[in-house]
Design a protein. Structure first.
Length: 380
């Protein structure tokens, strides 16, 4: 039953709406003319009208196919025959092929179609001497409009095609934005929760050791775990609501806490005031610093870790160095490091990883002129 329903024949494509039916009104005039004819002329005329209607329908269904030109040629031939051997007033039927000539997007095909259309209209005009008769003022406006209509139709169709392509491009952009947003959320969850959960794990291990030797400190650390877990919940909420903005100064405080909990000595060198770095860059660098320190805690087995912030005339460098085994045998294919590279690329930054008595991770962020007004102090 569904198969029969789906195979229903369409008179005209639905996307063209009522427009194709409106044009059919003009077929009434040649039909009225043929009714007053007799014999072979009448019969053959109705055969041509029937074929003309077939070409009219098929042209709508073969817009982007080779058959389009063949059907258009047949339609032009019918119009030409009517004009030459029936009545010169059939010239007005040229509005039909004129409309379809305008559907050619290719310049060469459009010019050929326009040339053929001019032939089928001008030859009957001169043959019947319409330009030198009393009907001149009647025919010339119609001829001018017919010759201009393909250009108007073509311009309109090009605009419609561009709008269609724009809609398709917008749909693709929306899909890419959704995909990028999902990737961003996954990356943010990894960077944010990975750091916090690592801190909770380390403090939990510390509490386990302290319960027997220092119960009071164990209670303090347990409260810190609760505080950290609440902080993690808050981070998730802020992340989901897309309202979270982290400064480098805030992140450095968190860095000190996690390194202290892991038993790694923290050192800071270079620039201490990062307040004039643009908010977007601060947020991205903060997340990258968090991932870098998480990797130090998880993989380096280091005893010391230093963060150096240096400013040059071209960029600001953030150098994270540890004295452990680092990422020597891990490469830079982890999700965390990939996320860092992707984040830094958003602000035209670079990530460089080297191995020298540990691991050195360097982030280079270009200076945007006008964003850094004052020189900040350095301390070692």
């Amino acid at each position: 039953m569904n198969k029969i329903k789906n195979s229903k024949i369409q008179i005209f494509p639905k996307q063209y709406g009522f427009f194709p039916y409106m044009f059919l009104v003009y077929i009434a005039f040649p039909i009225l003319y043929l009714i007053n004819q007799s014999g072979f002329s009448r019969i053959f005329g109705f055969v041509l009208i029937s074929l003309f209607l077939v070409t009219y329908r098929q042209l709508y269904f073969t817009m982007q196919q080779k058959a389009f030109s063949y059907w258009l040629a047949v339609q032009m031939a019918i119009v030409f025959y009517f004009c030459m051997f029936y009545d010169p007033t059939f010239l007005f039927m040229g509005f039909f092929p004129a409309n379809f000539v305008g559907w050619y997007f290719d310049n060469k095909k459009f010019k050929i179609g326009l040339f053929c259309f001019a032939i089928i209209e001008l030859i009957p005009t001169f043959y019947h001497g319409l330009l030198f008769s009393k009907s001149t003022l009647y025919f010339i406006p119609f001829l001018v409009i017919m010759f201009l209509s393909p250009f108007g139709i073509r311009s309109m169709n090009k605009r419609m095609e561009l709008e269609k392509q724009l809609d398709q491009a917008n749909e693709k952009i929306k899909e890419l934005v959704k995909r990028e947003e999902r990737t961003r959320i996954a990356r943010d969850l990894h960077d944010t929760l990975g750091h916090t959960l690592s801190l909770i794990t380390l403090k939990s291990q510390l509490v386990e050791k302290l319960t027997k030797i220092d119960p009071e400190r164990a209670q303090i650390e347990a409260k810190e775990i609760e505080k950290t877990s609440r902080s993690a919940l808050k981070q998730v909420r802020e992340l989901v609501s897309n309202m979270r903005s982290i400064t480098i100064a805030e992140e450095l405080i968190q860095v000190q806490e996690i390194l202290k909990a892991a038993g790694i000595t923290y050192h800071h060198q270079g620039l201490t005031d990062t307040s004039e770095i643009p908010p977007v860059s601060q947020n991205i660098v903060s997340m990258c610093l968090r991932e870098a320190i998480t990797n130090v805690v998880k993989h380096s087995k280091a005893k010391n870790c230093s963060i150096t912030i240096l400013k040059t005339t071209e960029n600001i460098r953030f150098i994270v160095k540890d004295d452990g085994i680092g990422l020597k045998n891990k490469g830079i294919d982890g999700n965390g490091l990939k996320g860092m590279e992707e984040r830094l690329s958003l602000i035209d930054g670079n990530l460089i990883i080297t191995h020298q008595k540990g691991t050195i991770l360097e982030m280079q962020v270009p200076i945007v002129q006008g964003c850094y007004r004052n020189e900040s102090s350095y301390s070692v």
